[in-house]
Design a protein around this ligand. Structure first.
Ligand code: ATP
Ligand code: MG
Length: 313
């Protein structure tokens, strides 16, 4: 059943100001793995401010797989970067396992659209890289790296060079490298969007299998609703300009899920209906760049040109 969840604020702001844990922790006695509290972000440019995120509140449970979906420019990457500690919010706080975070850390690993592998290292050395940084000794490092290469089915390619790998293989190495350092969370920003449909389909199975084995907490950004339905326990839809949480859906389908499954298609269609209004808003902004009344931003032609219409949704 497709279940739409009303968004409510479970956080006691007085408690946050006092520097203690949010009330929600105490009520449920279950500490979320990730707690995003009142995050807002405006980018300033010579044409004025772009309100990328406004008062985002989200909790992600330990082992949960959450997808963030929304039209292009709605602030998905900005939110992920703030959680990663790569970008600073104007206001709000990020908590991981009850710790307030102030920057990047090895407890969170980001996997980007283009696998950021080191081209001068071979596959196994790429996977070992983070372990070496952590000071783990040679044989232990090699064993752990091999374990994760096995998980992504790339054992045979351990000595291959990065340029010898396909796009999908590179992303699997990036996943192995991320998991090898045993982070608390994986943050994935459209990691499969540059891949062809068939490779993406294979990687959807692979990521589901990895998640079922490791039960890592994953925050995954995508344009692609079917991908989100295929992967997520919960889908969070962001609205555009400013980026706010519009709605959440929990996806209660058995795994592994197949993109082509009729239930996945049905879920996707229903979520797409929710997103239609947002996509139309972006299109209107593009077509009517001088008088973008529905957006809170003062939309110049230059800014509108940056705003993709949400292709791929
Ligand atoms: N460094 C920056 N300087 C100015 N504006 C920025 C900057 N980074 C992002 N923005 C603006 O903030 C808004 C949100 O951008 P963001 O990249 O987070 O969107 P997105 O949802 O990830 O889009 P896409 O789906 O196209 O990747 C956009 O309007 C974008 O132009
Ligand atoms: Mg993005």
């Amino acid at each position: 059943m497709l279940e739409s969840i009303e968004i409510e604020n479970t956080i006691d702001t007085d408690q946050i100001k006092a520097g203690s844990k949010p009330l929600a922790y105490k009520l449920n006695d279950i500490q979320p793995k990730l707690c995003i509290q009142h995050i807002s972000k405006t980018f300033l440019s010579k044409n004025g401010g772009v309100s990328a995120l406004e008062d985002i509140n989200l909790e992600v449970k330990e082992g949960e797989f959450v997808c963030i979906v929304g039209p292009s420019g709605c602030g998905k990457t900005t939110l992920l970067n703030i959680v990663a500690g790569l970008e600073k919010a104007d206001s709000g706080e990020i908590w991981i396992s009850g710790r307030k975070i102030n920057g990047a850390g090895s407890d969170r690993v980001v996997i980007f659209q283009e696998a950021a592998l080191f081209p001068w290292l071979n596959v196994i050395k790429n996977v070992e890289f983070g372990l070496k940084q952590k000071g783990i000794n040679g044989s232990q490092r090699r064993n752990t790296a091999m374990e994760y290469l096995k998980l992504v089915h790339l054992t045979k390619f351990q000595h291959a060079h990065v340029h010898e790998l396909s796009g999908g293989m590179k992303q699997r190495v990036a996943i192995a490298r991320a998991l090898a350092i045993n982070p608390e969370m994986l943050l994935m920003d459209e990691p499969f969007s540059a891949l062809d449909a068939q490779t993406r389909w294979i990687l959807h199975f692979e990521l589901q299998s990895i998640w079922l084995k490791t039960k890592k907490t994953i925050l995954f950004v995508t344009h692609n609703i079917r991908e989100a339905v295929c992967l997520a326990d919960r889908i969070v839809i962001l609205s555009t300009s400013p980026g706010r949480i519009k709605k959440e859906f929990s996806v209660d389908l058995p795994r592994p899920r197949d993109d082509n499954d009729v239930n996945v298609a049905e879920y996707s269609t229903r979520i797409m209906k929710e997103l239609k209004a947002e996509i139309n808003k972006v299109l209107k902004c593009e077509m009517d760049a001088d008088s973008c009344v529905e957006c809170d931003i003062k939309c110049t032609t230059e800014e509108a040109a940056k705003t993709d219409a949400g292709g791929g949704i």
